[in-house]
Every structure is written in structure tokens, then in C-alpha cells.
Design a protein around this ligand. Structure first.
Ligand SMILES: CC(C)(COP(=O)(O)OP(=O)(O)OC[C@H]1O[C@@H](n2cnc3c(N)ncnc32)[C@H](O)[C@@H]1OP(=O)(O)O)[C@@H](O)C(=O)NCCC(=O)NCCS
Length: 146
């Protein structure tokens, strides 16, 4: 059903549209553009010609940081996020990455369950990590790659 490919410049706008609908404090379009320009790794997951979701990460050996992942509402809970995260994990293994780190809003139960399904462990809580209108603590999670 889904296909994963690299996130190119022409996908930035659509990814940003998904971000606005799925993240309470979304990245700005400028954040997407800068992330792309500095060379973060990006993936999109498509269904036919439609982008179902995207993921962006930064691999700096021996670590990688998952910076953003989102699946648009209508495609959630259908395996798109899993395909994206699996691809990241596999790419990281090939690159010799040893640990993947991420932060997630402490109230984002479905994302926490999602990460736990992939073997991410809860490491710590960073208080007031998310600022702005929806202030919140972050849960720091990580996965060690075999
Ligand atoms: C988190 C997110 C990326 C998961 O993507 P998805 O495509 O819906 O996830 P999948 O269908 O691949 O689900 C994989 C597993 O995650 C967990 N999961 C996903 N959605 C869930 C939900 N609504 N409730 C409980 N568990 C859930 C389950 O363990 C699921 O496995 P299962 O289907 O065997 O039960 C998606 O919900 C999303 O985009 N959320 C909004 C943005 C966001 O919160 N991003 C993370 C920021 S840190």
C-alpha cells in the first residue's frame, strides 16, 4: 500500500501541510527548508501519488536524532509510520549508527506507544522542553541498534 522514498525539495510544501495538521506546535516552512538545506535525511511515505507521511532525522555517527515524523490523519494507524521508522532504523544500521535519540511530548501517548513498539526506551523527562502556547515536558527516548 505504501512506498517510501527520499524527501526532496518538491515535497517540502506538502510535508509542511501535514505537519500543521498533526503537530500542536508545528515546524514552520522555514524550519523544513533549513533542515533540508543543512542536509538532514528525509523520507516520505506515499500512497499512490499522495504523501501519507514524512520523517526527518540527523545521523551524526555514532548517533542519530529523530527530528520529526508525522502521518496525516487519514493514513494514521495503517502502518505508514512503521514503514518510515523501520526505514530509518535500517538506514542507521547500514551507516553504523549505534543509538537513535528522540524527544516526544509527554502527553503524546500514541507516539510513545509507537516508539515503544520499535524498542525505544524511556530515558528521562526534560521539563518545559516545549515552549510557546502549549508548554510541556518532553520524554527523551532512545534505541540502541544491534
Ligand atoms: C505517531 C505516528 C507517526 C504513528 O504513525 P502511524 O502510521 O499512525 O503508526 P502505525 O500505523 O505504523 O502504528 C504502529 C504502532 O504504533 C502504535 N500506535 C500508533 N497509533 C496508535 C494509536 N492511535 N493508539 C495506540 N497505539 C498506536 C501501535 O503500537 C501500532 O501498532 P499496531 O498497529 O500493531 O497496534 C502518527 O500517529 C502521527 O503522525 N501522529 C501525529 C504526529 C506525532 O505525534 N508525531 C510524533 C512526534 S514525536
Amino acid at each position: 500500500m505504501f512506498k517510501v522514498s527520499n524527501l526532496n525539495e518538491e515535497h517540502l510544501k506538502e510535508s509542511y501541510e501535514i505537519e500543521k495538521l498533526t503537530n500542536p506546535t508545528p515546524w514552520t516552512y522555514t524550519n523544513f527548508k533549513s533542515s533540508f538545506e543543512v542536509g538532514h535525511f528525509g523520507l516520505i511515505c506515499t500512497h499512490k501519488n499522495e504523501i501519507a507521511g514524512f520523517a526527518i532525522y540527523s545521523p551524526i555517527k555514532p548517533e542519530a536524532h529523530l527530528l520529526n515524523i508525522a502521518v496525516t490523519q487519514k493514513f494514521q494507524k495503517k502502518g505508514a509510520g512503521s514503514i518510515l521508522l523501520n526505514t530509518i532504523i535500517n538506514q542507521c544500521k547500514v551507516m553504523g549508527i549505534k543509538n537513535i535519540y528522540l524527544e516526544v511530548r509527554i502527553s503524546n501517548a500514541k507516539a510513545i506507544l509507537f516508539y515503544e513498539k520499535f524498542g525505544f526506551k524511556k530515558d528521562a523527562v526534560r521539563e518545559n522542553y516545549y515552549t510557546g502556547e502549549q508548554k510541556e515536558d518532553a520524554l527523551l527516548m532512545s534505541k540502541t541498534l544491534a
